[in-house]
Design a binder for this molecule. Structure first.
Ligand code: ADP
Length: 437
């Protein structure tokens, strides 16, 4: 087709639409291609006084099929370059640029066509070429119709967008409301938690104060009691002394009762005093290198006399060589004596055994027995002051030994724990750091 005057542009555009329809492009794509074609034709009319326009039958490239239109300018393009006047034109087709055809430079535009496109044979092209050319006015009317359709589509898209926006706004409002509600609830909860903490703080302060006054009371009372109780014991001894006036058998028995009750009372008072001292932090360990062999040896000697029943063997195993730790020998011996004392007291037959072992930077000392054992639910309770497992109180005692022992072990930087089952004996473990505190 010859492009020489403004009018020709309409004809070329119309042909563009017909050809793209013939190869099976969709309506939208037909309009795109025809629009690009008319824009390029307008450019070439201005830049090169016109062109010869040829529609190239569908070509295959890499298995894909393309429809191309070549526009051969009448005069060389300035600078031998072509840029469409309107930048958007290139986006309407797949490729738009210069190409060489038989030594001449042409502007070529092409568009991929569907694989199932009807073959655009030269015969079919020739057929298209003979259809009567519509007048410029007709083409203008068609173009107007297309413009109106495009405008309509834009409007409907805009309406759709407006609906979407409204929905989005609605959702946003919902999310904001939810967010506000959540943060209010969170704030409310926070206020509650803060109040709770304040109350908790207050309660712990009260508890601390109560515990301090209890310790002070115990320390004072037991201190004050010690002197008279000691006096009672001394007086009892005086009365039964061989130098005193002879007593009747009845009197001697009663005085013996007074003495043994007073001795029990003294031991309770002493225990209370110890515990009160430990609780008030008035016990300061004297740190030194402690060799466990020495401690064990001493305990072995002093406790042998305790075991009155031949059915019970007291075995204090020799600690492995070099079982040395930084601790307070007196306090440690006190704890172990207490545990051994209990074990012997509650065991009727079998053995009481103490052994030490080293585990990395700690030393574990275990006192185990073949006694009655302690139910799991009481494992913590026996460390409470005055608590005694029901049925064992007849063996005399105050229920203060274990809480005191646990406090001392804590002062030495360790822990005192128990594994036991009724009928299978008990095993108390003192776990101490080798390096002390
Ligand atoms: P106490 O021995 O003066 O009663 P403790 O505080 O030393 O007080 O012990 C608390 C309670 O724990 C004891 O009364 C006893 O019921 C229980 N108990 C302690 N050691 C053993 C043990 N080796 N075997 C069984 N029961 C034990």
């Amino acid at each position: 087709m010859a492009l020489r005057v403004e009018q020709d542009i309409f004809g070329i555009r119309q042909r563009g639409r017909e050809v793209t329809a013939a190869v099976g492009l969709e309506h939208q794509d037909q309009v795109r291609f025809a629009t690009a074609l008319s824009e390029v034709a307008r450019d070439l009319l201005r830049m090169a006084d016109g062109a010869d326009v040829s529609f190239v039958a569908v070509t295959e490239l890499d298995g894909r099929r393309f429809l191309s239109v070549d526009l051969a300018p009448l005069r060389p393009l300035p600078g031998n370059r072509y840029e469409p006047q309107s930048g958007a034109v290139a986006r309407l087709v797949d490729t738009l640029g210069l190409a060489e055809v038989a030594g001449d430079t042409v502007v070529r535009m092409s568009r991929r066509v569907p694989a199932a496109a009807a073959a655009l044979t030269p015969a079919r092209l020739a057929e298209l070429g003979t259809t009567a050319q519509a007048s410029a006015l007709d083409e203008l009317a068609t173009q107007n119709g297309q413009l109106i359709a495009a405008l309509d589509e834009v409007r409907s898209q805009r309406d759709e967008l407006a609906v979407l926006n409204a929905e989005l706004e609605e959702t946003n409002r919902g999310v904001m409301a939810l967010y506000t509600q959540l943060s209010e609830e969170l704030e409310e909860t926070n206020r509650g938690v803060v109040a709770l903490y304040a109350e908790l703080d207050e309660k712990s302060a009260q508890l601390r104060a109560a515990s301090e006054s209890k310790s002070r009371f115990l320390a004072n009372v037991s201190h004050e009691l010690r002197a008279p109780v000691t006096a009672i014991i001394g007086l009892g001894r005086l009365l039964t002394d061989s130098g005193s006036d002879p007593l009747t058998a009845e009197q001697a028995q009663q005085i013996e009762l007074i003495r043994s009750s007073a001795a029990d009372l003294l031991s309770l008072v002493n225990d209370l005093l110890d515990l009160a001292k430990a609780e008030s932090g008035r016990i300061e360990p004297e740190w030194a290198e402690v060799d466990l062999r020495a401690v064990f040896g001493q305990l072995r000697g002093t406790l042998r006399a305790l075991v009155l029943r031949s059915e019970v063997a007291l075995l204090v195993e020799e600690p492995p060589p070099g079982t040395v730790l930084r601790s307070d020998e007196v306090l440690l011996a006190q704890v172990l004596r207490n545990l051994l004392h209990n074990a012997v007291k509650f065991t009727d037959r079998g053995e009481v055994r103490m052994r030490a072992e080293r585990a990395a930077d700690r030393i574990l000392i275990r006192v185990s027995d073949t006694g009655p054992g302690i139910p799991a639910e009481l494992h913590e309770r026996i460390f409470e002051e005055f608590y005694q497992v029901p049925g064992t109180s007849r063996r005399s005692g105050t229920g203060l030994g274990l809480p005191y022992a646990r406090r001392l072990v804590a002062l030495l930087g360790g822990t005192l724990s128990l594994t036991s089952e009724p009928g299978r004996g008990s095993s108390f473990t003192v776990d101490l750091p080798v390096a002390g505190v």
